[in-house]
Design a protein around this ligand. Structure first.
Ligand code: ADP
Ligand code: MG
Length: 537
């Protein structure tokens, strides 16, 4: 009984419709428990983690208990900051979509008080404000508390942390004795309990604890990427792992649409799933996903909630989830029914902090992994291709094809030549758009042998001492843009106008590809294979 349906909670049809428009499919656990208790008029202490829908948990019963025919102030909601006051007001506005005779007004510091006074004179049944500004209006008698029947303290822990205790108490003593008080918080300190003892009567204590996460069969990795290299990283991973079904999460609808477009542009079978889709469209997409017509489903968290597919191989967090809870929901989509699954998270710069929070909360270790290089991708594709050939050999029935092969070979070639040519033809198609780079390496470039005898290729960059380029700039750029570790690089020679870097053969294409639009010391640079004549010292 963790999640109730809103329709089953005795909520008015207008409100149910608004909730549906907001895209909420079912109540969150705190909502499931708090709404009915609050509708009965009881005092409430609600505790649950950030992001679990506490606003609607008090917003829905608050709206239901307002008498629309009475234009006077009936409910006051206190929030710690103006941003939160605005957010809560917006959520209330959405909930009030089909109830035109209930007015809600945000009241916070930083907004001209005259304008607030004018707005207050027009009358509002619900006020959402920060404690300081609410007190201010109480003193001016522009806010009359005598008719207040509901008092809500949102994010109470934060309000106390910010030193609002006295203000809150001043406000609470001013409202009529007969009223309902609801307090919501992510954590409960003794200070909060003190307030509830003084100002609440027989409150119902509703606490939603997180379930412990046990996900032994899901391998979790993260990749340090840049925003602009995410798409390339994603497609390489898809090519390498070749998932039958993968679910890719983005944080907004726009991000979902953009990614789907980019993936389709690269020839992947991808579709979007987000809140803007009507039910029939949704069903169609899910149908395609289930029967394998599409292999990549790009979704937002909310849209993915309803997904019920068992054999998702990989979950990608293309955007790192805003909330730890979402992470758990997301990766829980793979590794179901005892199958093994993988969860890959892209992490851009400072987002590593969010990732640490996630690890703390889930008590799992998410291990960093290196992005596959272009050569890795090719190798993998080649391996898959050769596997297919072996399977085909085993299947037999080759007679008509043997004829063709014989005709192709004729007098001049052997059957082995023909087979090799076929393989070459297919495998070369796996190369990305930079086949010319390889040719460059093979034809024009110079191979050098590194200290341990490995094959290196000298790379030219058109910036040097005059542009104040230092070794660490070069190493940093190559590490960041191409994902090639500094210690893998060979000699770096910086001249007045240009620089040479010795790059291991396997990384050359990553360097050239990754540094295509790269800047060094804020100047766009060009990077290419060093021509023989150019690098004489
Ligand atoms: P909290 O106050 O607990 O941190 P919020 O009330 O700010 O959480 O809600 C977090 C997000 O979840 C908001 O974007 C909200 O619109 C959304 N949300 C709330 N309830 C539901 C629900 N039942 N289904 C889907 N999304 C919800
Ligand atoms: Mg909140």
């Amino acid at each position: 009984m963790e999640h109730l349906k809103f329709e089953e909670m005795g909520i008015s049809p207008e409100l149910c419709r608004a909730i549906k428009d907001m895209g909420f499919e079912e109540a969150t656990p705190i909502q499931s428990k708090a709404i009915s208790a609050a509708l009965s008029g009881r005092d409430i202490i609600g505790q649950s983690q950030t992001g679990t829908g506490k606003t609607a948990a008090f917003g829905i019963p608050c709206i239901e208990r307002i008498n629309p025919d009475d234009r006077r102030l009936q409910a006051v909601i206190l929030c710690p900051t103006r941003e939160l006051a605005i957010q809560v007001s917006e959520e209330f506005r959405r909930l009030l979509k089909y109830k035109d005779n209930i007015r809600v007004l945000p009241i916070y510091g930083g907004q001209p008080i005259d304008r607030q006074i004018t707005a207050l004179k027009k009358g509002a049944q619900i006020i959402i404000g920060t404690p300081g500004r609410v007190m201010d209006h109480m003193r001016r008698r522009t806010l009359k508390m005598e008719t207040v029947q509901m008092m809500i303290l949102d994010e109470a822990d934060e309000m106390l942390d910010m030193g609002f205790r006295e203000d809150i108490e001043t406000i609470l003593v001013k409202i009529p004795a007969e009223h309902q008080t609801m307090l919501f918080s992510a954590t409960l300190s003794p200070e909060i309990l003190d307030i509830t003892k003084r100002f609440q009567t027989d409150p119902e204590f509703i606490k939603v604890v997180r379930k412990e996460l046990t996900v032994p069969s899901i391998e979790q990795y993260y990749f340090d990427v840049k925003e602009k290299t995410k798409l390339e990283a994603l497609t390489r991973m898809i090519d390498i792992y070749d998932p039958k079904l993968a679910l890719i999460f983005c944080n907004t609808k726009k991000r979902v649409d953009d990614l789907v477009e980019a993936l389709q542009g690269r020839g992947y079978f991808a579709e979007a799933l987000h809140g803007d889709l009507k039910q029939p469209q949704r069903d169609k997409v899910m149908q395609k996903f289930r029967n394998g017509t599409i292999e990549l489903l790009v979704a937002t968290d909310v849209a993915a909630r309803g997904i019920d597919v068992d054999d998702i191989d990989i979950v990608f967090n293309y955007d790192i989830p805003q909330d730890e809870e979402y992470y758990v929901h997301r990766i829980g989509r793979t590794g179901r029914a005892g199958r093994s699954g993988k969860a890959f998270t892209f992490c851009v710069g400072k987002e590593i902090y969010k990732l640490r929070d996630i690890m703390r909360y889930t008590k799992t270790k998410i291990v960093q992994q290196k992005l596959p290089t272009l050569s890795d991708v090719e190798e993998m594709k080649t391996a898959i291709f050769l596997e297919h050939i072996q399977e085909t050999l085993k299947e037999g029935h080759l007679m008509p094809y043997i004829d063709m092969a014989e005709r192709l070979a004729g007098e001049e070639y052997t059957a082995l030549d023909v087979a090799a040519a076929l393989i070459k033809y297919h495998v070369s198609a796996f190369r990305t758009d930079d086949a010319e780079i390889l040719d460059d390496i093979n034809l024009g470039g110079t191979e050098i042998y590194g200290g341990s005898g490995e094959k290196m290729v000298r790379v030219f960059i058109n910036a040097g001492k005059k542009q104040k380029i230092r070794t660490k700039d070069v190493v940093g750029a190559i590490a960041n843009e191409a994902g090639v570790p500094g210690k893998a690089l060979g000699a770096i020679d910086i001249f007045d106008d240009y620089t040479f870097v010795d790059v291991p053969h396997e990384y050359v294409r990553d360097v050239l590809y990754g540094m295509k639009n790269c800047r060094l010391k804020n100047k766009k640079v060009h990077v290419e294979i060093a021509k023989k004549e150019k690098h004489k010292k």
